[in-house]
Design a protein around this ligand. Structure first.
Ligand code: COA
Length: 161
């Protein structure tokens, strides 16, 4: 009984699911802990209600531990953000999240996906490269850091067949 309860609360295999408005606060928390300019709960609420935005959550037990957000326009989409709870990184969890997210984009008729990633963000670059994205451009000094430093962005693309 205790084993079942603990699996239900915090364990079991992670599941990738459509996010709902009830997730907005948790997604904002995860985003804020992952990026310098965090998106607020209101921004997530807006994205979760927009028809052209696709948001997936990664849930383990009762806890949401990651998310992916894309914006669609005709047969193209841009991945706006993806993040995993810092305590859960390095376990390969983002791959299933990303691939499931891409599958849903394909199901919505998306044929080409773009994203921007900071050049030195090795975990993200590795994730995207292994998921079939290729570098198509580089933007010098694109991201301004809180300390005033500027970092380069890579523009990546993947075609869905
Ligand atoms: C990017 C992110 C989503 C990856 O999630 P994750 O579940 O921890 O990723 P994984 O455990 O699958 O690791 C991804 C790859 O990066 C590698 N990696 C992890 N940490 C690394 C590091 N410090 N240096 C180099 N490679 C690293 C892993 O080995 C793995 O490669 P592999 O599949 O060849 O073994 C997660 O790090 C995160 O949330 N980062 C903060 C938000 C962010 O930067 N999002 C991307 C914005 S574009």
């Amino acid at each position: 009984m205790i084993g079942w309860l603990s699996r239900w609360w915090g364990g079991g295999p992670p599941a990738v699911e459509a996010a709902s408005l009830r997730d907005a606060a948790r997604l904002a928390q995860l985003h804020g802990a992952s990026f310098h300019r965090g998106w607020g709960e209101g921004e997530f609420e807006a994205m979760l209600t927009e028809r052209n935005t696709l948001v997936h959550r990664l849930r383990q037990g009762r806890k949401v531990i990651g998310f992916a957000v894309s914006r669609m326009a005709a047969d193209e989409a841009e991945i706006l953000s993806i993040a995993i709870d810092s305590n859960q990184r390095g376990r390969g969890l983002s791959r299933d999240l990303l691939l499931t997210h891409l599958g849903h984009l394909a199901g919505r008729g998306v044929r080409t996906i773009f994203l921007e990633v900071e050049e030195n963000n090795q975990p993200a670059r590795r994730l995207y490269e292994k998921a079939g994205f290729g570098v198509i451009g580089r933007r010098e000094r694109y991201y301004k850091q809180p300390g005033g430093e500027h970092l380069n962005a890579l523009l990546m693309r993947r075609d869905l067949s």
